[in-house]
Structure formats: C-alpha cells, structure tokens
Design a protein around this ligand. Sequence first.
Ligand code: SF4
Length: 318
Amino acid sequence: MKILEIERKSRVLTKADFGCLSGAYTINVTRGCEFKCAYCYARGYPGTPSDEIHLYVNLPRKLAQELESPRRRAPIDRVMFNTASDSFQTHPDILDVTYEAMAALLERRVGFSFLTKGWIPERFMKLFSRYPHLIIARIGLVSLSERYRNLFEPGTAPPVKRLENIDRLLALGVHVEVRIDPVIPFYTDDHASIRQLLGALADRNIRTVSISYLHLRPAILEQLRRELPPTEFNVLRSCFHNQPWTTVGACTQSKLIPLPLRARGYARFKQHSKAFGITLLVCACKNPDMPAHKCSTAFEGKRNMKSNEAKQLSLFSC
Ligand code: SF4
C-alpha cells in the first residue's frame, strides 16, 4: 500500500473523549492502517484514506517537544497507542516512526499501552526490555484459524506469530493482555475454536481476557459486503437482520448481535475460560444491554493488578 508522508500540524498529545478512553492521551502514528481488517470501524472515520496510509513523519519530534514544553502544567505519565491504527504495521517507515515515538516516551519515563495484531520486531523488544514496567502490551487475537484471518484480517500477523509476541513480551517482564474482539458469530465462537484459542492463552499463563462480539456500523456493513465472499457476507448480515440501529459506545448508528445469540456465545466462552482458569471480561461499552465489565483506562487498572492479572482493559482502541 502507498505510504504518504505528512506533517502533523495539530498537537500529538490529545485526550480522547469517548467511551472508556475518555481523558486518556492517545497516539496514532498513521491515519489509515495497512492491515485492512474487514470489520475495522476506524476505516470509516471521516478523513481516513482508503487507498493509502498517511504517516506522520514529524510525530516523534513533536511528541518530544510537547513532553518537554515548559507550558505543560501537569506531567504526562502515560499514553495509549492505537485508537485507530496499528503501531506494528509492516512498512519500515511506519515502524521507524513508531520506534522513535515509543523511545521518546520511554526515555522520558512516560509509560504507554499499545494494541496490535501485527508482529513486533526485535529492535522493539530490545527497547522494551529496558523499560518493561512502563509498558502494557495488548494483543488482539480472536481465533487461531488461518481461514478466519484470511477472510477478516488479511494483513495482520498470523495467529502463531501473535502468540509468539505474547511469549517474547512476557519473557521481558512486560504486562500482556489479550483482546478477543470482535468475535464473529458462526466463525470464531464454536466450542472447538474457543477451546483452541483459550487453551493456547492458558498455556502462556494469560489469566484474564477481554471480549466483545462484532457490532455493525453502516461503514462496516459496506466493507464486509465488499470484502467478504457473498456466502460469508450473507451469513453475517443475517445475524443482524431486524436489529435496530442504536447507540453503542460513542457511535449512534450501530447494530448489535441479538442479545440471545450473544449471551449464548459469551456463555460458551465463559464455560471454557473457567476450565482454563481464565477470567473473561465482557466489554460493557460494546454490550450496553447486558451485565458486563465497565472498564477504565488500562493504566488505572495496572495500579491495582498483581502480576499478570489484568483487571482493567481499555476496549475502545482499534
Ligand atoms: S482493526 Fe486495527 S489492525 Fe485492523 S485495520 Fe483497523 S486499525 Fe488496523
């Protein structure tokens, strides 16, 4: 995909004002994302380019200036990457900017979290090894099935590489969380798929995961129509048949999977997670019609965590 280098004119450190990220400083090094997940809501944001990636080449420099600005009243101790992109896209220029931005933060003892479905290159691991206590790594992993990846997340790292990311990060002492989001009904929520995924996470001593089913927005519906084979699209669309457009999180035009279907799916996940000793947190922002886990920002949670017990997960990033 074509990369267009652009200058970031506005401030880098801005606070999110939606969902569980409200008040958190967020950073995206690109506008657009080469992974092109078929369900990605960020692709439908106004201003997101469809056929190229905009890379903020001056972001690390601006970030350093803002962190050191004498006009800053309160110090920033943490930021969140990836509310609308992935830090570990494969293009070397994107990785360079990501690396410089993360290094600028860590060298100033500013912690961060990131969420990725990509492969984390070794030079980042070397950087993280010097500041493991400042980092929360969140790995997006919905299924170990290559068929699922090819259909829904064609540009992302293979599931086995994401499991490797977990192993490598844990070996450094980095806190790792896993997000199973979005669960796709009839593709990733059968007993065998759930057992396989949770078993692989339990083998790595992951003890808490967050989860949410796919929800539709008008732009996502069109992406799915364009990018899935007709049979798969029709199966998925039928799940939302007769569901009203409603408010989910910050979006006023969303469709949820019908409650009985979602509840049965979460019950299957809970059944298997219990057997593996994993705590399952259902995202309240994306499941406003059922009892679920209300989260705050990941770093607030980390203060109350023991070892690898992720009790708070930020669920509105990409
Ligand atoms: S869901 Fe995340 S990784 Fe996938 S295309 Fe969107 S921003 Fe990129």
